[in-house]
Design a protein around this ligand. Sequence first.
Ligand SMILES: Nc1nc2c(ncn2[C@@H]2O[C@H](COP(=O)(O)OP(=O)(O)OP(=O)(O)O)[C@@H](O)[C@H]2O)c(=O)[nH]1
Ligand SMILES: [Mg+2]
Length: 521
Amino acid sequence: MPVPVPTDDPISLLLSPPPNETSEEAALRLAKEAEARRVSDEIDRKLQVERDALKNQNVLKMLLLGQSESGKSTTLKNIQRIQAPDSWEAERRAWRTVIHLNLVRAVNTILDALQSEVAQVSSFHPNSPPLDPLSDSDDDHDLSFRQPPSSPPPPSRVPSHLLERHSALRLQFAPLRRVEEDLKMALGAGADEITDVASSHGHAMVATPFDATSIYSTSMSSNDSHTRRSRGREPSVRSHDAWKSTVVNGRTSTSPGARRGTGSSPKGENTEVIAMFRSDIKALWKDDGVREVLARQKVILGDSAEYFFKHVDRIASRHYEPTDDDVVRARLRTVGVQEYRIPFIRAAAVDREFIGKEWRIYDVGGSRTMRAAWLPYFEDVQAILFLAPISCFDERLAEDRSVNRVKDSFILWKSIVGSGLLAKSIIILFLNKCDLLDKKLKGGVSVKKYIPRYGDRENSMPVFGRYLREKFRDYMNEYSPERRPFYGYLTSVVDTKATAATLTSIQDGILQGYLEKGMLL
Ligand SMILES: Nc1nc2c(ncn2[C@@H]2O[C@H](COP(=O)(O)OP(=O)(O)OP(=O)(O)O)[C@@H](O)[C@H]2O)c(=O)[nH]1
Ligand SMILES: [Mg+2]
């Protein structure tokens, strides 16, 4: 006797057999469901084994969360630098390839901007397409964002010398296109930035990790709707150092010949080519006309581009060895979830009981295409370090141009602090990129234009930073299932000295708290 399906229950609707199903179809459907359940149970079993192992080892589990380019991997580098100096040193060399890619990509982006200027596609704004403004009636009840409509670009005032030289420049820099392709090949998927949803390679776009529900989510033990898990893809922890050993050992040559399968070019050819272009790159960056084109087209070169151009003499040299600061500035997008094991070396200062114990840190890819993969890591997490970049109050997500980046951080934050699954976790907030915010506000960008309710408060980094900090705190108080302390820091994680001090005191505080509760021993 078929059970009537309540029409208002989407899960039951999904699970109910299709009308007029034949017995063969029913058998096939049931077999598929049984297989999916088997896979799902296997995932649960593996995760449980992992959890039990962690408990036995007295490991503290920490997640780094936040949108893409919020500074999660940069924070992790700070942690590695302080707490795992040997592996930090061993990996230094590998970052050279990433830094070279960052530099070459920035040069090629400048050339693309010149190209579009010359082609007089002057209405084309690669980084800021006109959109409907986000109005005050937006759903964010006490803080709304406005994206002022893009005004038409002013007529090109680019000096004619640059326009005339443009074709020559393109020819002159042509070898750097090939170098970019080679370096990307060597570094793998993370070498490409996600530019829009079309480049998400079929990954589901979700605003929060809890939005990825599936028909099997009802079998979760917790009754918190936020704990529903997508069972579509097996959770995977990627090895984070695959590209590092590749570029250091030269298993994949970064030479153009190797890319085409001939393997004929000597290793290190790309470094040679980049070194040959040192003075040309310097001249390009210093050219006022170039600056004007970049400003006019609102081209975003990446947060570290300016730093790499500033240090091009060192970086574009044949014997370049990255410094600590260079490594911290290097940008490589995180793909999936990456696990790091880091000992508590400062722990002796807190209590010698901690000697031999370690952090298990998970660094996640932050774009909306990656967030579904976070959820399996939420159980038994002791600490979450949440990064919200606050310099980007006037920017939109690369993967969804309709969403303001600070608003996206609020959406994510509310879902994390509001999750029953994470109710016992310590949550620490870094309101990051304060250095860039300071520069932006001093450069004349007005907060009020994008956040009308900011009103006539001072347009300065400390005041706006504190204002946002209060908003995050209020949301935590409003959304947390149980009361929890708020730890919010205004940070610039590229400042390694200040970040080291902050991280050390946070670690000591967390360890002390756990020690007092007897949860680690
Ligand atoms: N100036 C400045 N740059 C920063 C800061 N934090 C991070 N960056 C830079 O911003 C870029 C992105 O940082 P990542 O740490 O790679 O960002 P992420 O959150 O790991 O990004 P995904 O891996 O895509 O999720 C890098 O070039 C960093 O050097 C900061 O506080 N100030
Ligand atoms: Mg990352």
